[in-house]
Write a protein that binds this ligand. Structure first.
Ligand SMILES: [Mg+2]
Length: 417
């Protein structure tokens, strides 16, 4: 319908069931990185595309086009396994900067519908579109509007779920994929959820799924009828399985975490080498924070061992930081406490959480303190922005074995709001 049409006409078109209900949308780009690559390279259209790195690299699949998924390829699967399943796929190294540019355009489109946008990652967000019927009509029509606007802005497919709460909306968008929409009217939540597998509920991972299966609970309907007092960690998922989710769309949430990880091309027990990688990761995370004028209080070290055992260790600093030195200092201490001589690592990561915006007042206070590394780091950021990463790096990173070769690593960036 015409977005500028008479308000009264649009109002009268809101189905009775939706009155006095929240209208929550979950919008999720389809196979985002792979779709961007297909858009950029027309020769990839209609072909299996796997984003993550070369087919023989040791990283994991960051995104797979639907043509590749038809062969069983999934996100987070090792690239080599993907290559066995789909040998004729095109393997592409991710271009995070491009994806994040596209993401910003998509988020801007969302913002034209409602100020209540909560990004969950680069390619998905919750939107509270309650009240939007005045301009955009029924929930079905709002979904179509948003999908068409995203298509017009970035020429990419997106799927949309609409329901009265976040949990149901997110499941609806998953079922709408690819390039579709699904609306779950108020009152029909339980019928919608009942036949679906329990793993579609937030908080049900492979472990809980197995424990539930052992008790004969496989569908959301079965979970909804289960008494959660016997498995306390399932209290929240059971509420969601009953179609309830009181959480609001939190538009003012800034980035929840900023992080980078690297998978080594060969497992390594060389702690000095691991530290040099962690230094570079800390530097990259700090740069991303500074670029967004953010700082974080909690520094998280992630370690995956050769046997795939994965741990995180964290420390909360006295005040939020955006500085390589502070982040790396915390990471080095955490590694020092955790590492044993015989450890062999497969992946390491640096994340910063407890994110807050840096006010200009804080900036001026900090830059007056003595021995502050900030002016140097900002100057380095500027040089690298203009001339590329290879031009300048911290002295501790120099040395041939420590240079990050992005072509050969699965480079994973968490998401920013
Ligand atoms: Mg997606």
């Amino acid at each position: 319908m015409d977005a500028t049409g008479p308000i009264t006409r649009a109002c009268s078109r809101l189905p009775a069931a939706w009155r006095k209900q929240r209208v929550i949308m979950h919008a999720d780009m389809d196979a985002f990185y792979a779709s961007v690559e297909q858009r950029e390279r027309p020769d990839l259209k209609g072909r299996p595309v796997i984003v993550g790195g070369p087919r023989d690299a040791r990283g994991v699949v960051a995104a797979a086009s639907y043509e590749a998924r038809a062969h069983g390829v999934r996100s987070a699967m090792p690239l080599r396994q993907a290559a066995r399943l789909c040998p004729h796929a095109e393997f592409v190294t991710g271009r995070m900067r491009l994806y994040s540019d596209v993401s910003q355009k998509v988020m801007r489109v969302f913002g034209t519908y409602t100020p209540l946008v909560e990004p969950l990652s680069l390619d998905e967000a919750f939107l509270d579109v309650t009240g939007c019927e005045r301009r955009f009509g029924t929930p079905h029509e709002i979904a179509d509007h948003v999908r068409a606007a995203v298509r017009a802005a970035v020429d990419l497919p997106i799927s949309v779920g609409i329901a009265t709460n976040k949990s149901v909306a997110k499941i609806a968008s998953t079922l709408a994929k690819p390039d579709g929409r699904r609306v779950v009217p108020p009152g029909s939540e339980q019928d919608f959820l009942d036949p679906l597998p329990v793993r579609m509920i937030w908080g049900i991972g492979p472990k809980s799924e197995a424990r539930l299966a052992a008790r004969g609970i496989r569908t959301i309907g079965e979970l909804s009828r289960h008494d959660p007092s016997r498995m306390r960690e399932l209290r929240k998922p059971t509420t969601l399985a009953r179609g309830f989710d009181p959480r609001d769309v939190e538009s003012d949430r800034a980035a929840k975490s900023v992080g980078n990880e690297v998978t080594f091309s060969h497992d390594t027990g060389d702690l000095a080498l691991v530290l040099r990688y962690l230094r570079q990761l800390a530097d990259h995370v700090a740069r991303r924070l500074r670029a967004k004028r953010l700082a974080g209080r909690t520094v998280v070290l992630k370690l995956r061992y050769a046997d795939f055992r994965t741990i995180t260790r964290q420390v909360t600093l006295k005040k939020a930081t955006d500085q390589t030195r502070a982040i790396f200092g915390a990471i080095r201490d955490l590694l020092g406490r955790e590492a044993r001589g015989q450890d062999v690592f497969r992946l390491v990561g640096v994340h910063v959480t407890g994110i807050e915006p840096v006010s200009s007042r804080q900036l001026s206070l900090i830059s007056r303190t003595e021995r502050d590394p900030r002016p140097l780091e900002i100057a380095m950021d500027e040089v690298r922005t203009r001339f590329g990463d290879a031009v300048i790096t911290h002295a501790a990173l120099l040395g041939s074995s420590a240079r990050l070769d992005r072509e050969r690593y699965a480079w994973r960036e968490d998401v920013l709001g």
